[in-house]
Ligand binder design. Sequence first.
Ligand code: NAD
Length: 483
Amino acid sequence: MQWNSAQAVMAHLAAHPVRHLIDGELVDSAVHAGVINPATGEACGSSPQASRAQLEHAVAAALRAQKAWAQTSFDERRTRLKAFADLLRSHAAELGALVTLEQGRPLTLARGEIERAASLLEAVIGIELGDEVLRADARGKVYFRFHPLGVVGAIAPWNVPVGLAVPKITHALYAGNTVVLKPSPYTPLATLRLGELARDLFPSGVLNIIGGGNEIGEAIATHPDIAKISFTGSVPTGRRVMASAAGRLKRLTLELGGNDAAIVREDADIERIAPQLFAAAFVNSGQVCMAIKRLYVHESLHDRLAALLCEQAASLVVGDGFDPATAMGPVQNLAQFESVKAVLRDVRADPKARVLTGGYAREGCGYFIEPTVVAGLAEGTRLVDQETFGPVLPILSYQTDEEAVQRANAGEFGLGASVWGEDLGAAEAMARQLVAGTVWINRHVGVDPLVPFGGAKSSGIGQQFGLGGLRDFMQPAAIYVPS
Ligand code: NAD
């Protein structure tokens, strides 16, 4: 099969509907929910909705399987997870096509999401997970031994369905935990299909993937037999998950929203970096937690950079992700589409705002928004203060370094930030003042699998990736050994 048209993928789905993976079995549910193709606004498939009994079955299976899984060596887990990475690569065309169908991103980028997930997985399982010596002296030795936590409840969002689910599975399983994973109800197809493909890779119950809505997410977050929640999603839902997890004092990794600032310094080479800035803001139609969402530009460069960004927008082909010409797809779902349109209405009604390009949703079917660049706004407006999560970028002029840092640090978010300039020393000095989980110089977006990634302030708690990220899926025990 070619996996390069929506019709072909939908026909395949109709013949092979996706199922849950529970306790090593592929199972259906009595209730199904439709999945919408955001490029057309029409149904493109359906997902089984796990009942409470099915969730209980999955959690019980994960709990049972965890004891034996925790006894396996790191080498054995590595071998099985490596096979999982191989499977992702060998099915990248199919899984990528499902992502394009349900999420909207262009096919090559969707395939890239699957391949990138495999590469991240391989890098993470290359990290050695041993004891950590804390003190060794005449009194003896003290070291941390790291135990798995138990069952991890993994809850994923819709913006990068497979790319965000696979690291959760990788961290949890490699550390000796078992998993019950729930994808977003907007984008369940590729993730459930992944569960089907992975059925025989792990002992029964080690990996469970179930479809379901927000209520099943909440049931996972409150479940007494789930020891940890790995959640990626919005700040309001993250707060609810944290409250739900409080009953059992569950461990939490919350990867939440961002409103990342990029600061372009006076000495930046804007002709060279404009395409990079544009890509980092409009990647995945702006629906990336760590995309640039506020662009602070030194006043001497503001107008020229704004013009360069408008040129980029003019040459961007927006359309159906199955069209090979498309560089940017639709916004993923109707609620998000309405939310971005409301931001645009606010902008158009603001006398200070200058819409330099875009500003409207496209007429016709699908959830398409024109790439939009807005000048003239400041803090105190919705577009600047909140995470829009769409292809709309405010460009803001600043005068002094102190002002740029203070404005970039304002607000409740602290996921990522970046500084752009030719003088790396000056850029680094500025980077060190920014309060965010990640600060890049002369780039923005992307994780290094060996470097822990997480948010400051309301952008999250805990980390993924690197040794620190893996240890977030384990419980340290300090062992005191006398000399
Ligand atoms: P969302 O919070 O609406 O939903 C995320 C998941 O939570 C879904 O699977 C949903 O079914 C589930 N859920 C909903 N209510 C729940 C509850 N009460 N208890 C438990 N689970 C519940 O998020 P979204 O709209 O799918 O994703 C977009 C958001 O995710 C954006 O804010 C984006 O910035 C953020 N995000 C963050 C990162 C990161 O690494 N920091 C990465 C990607 C996306």
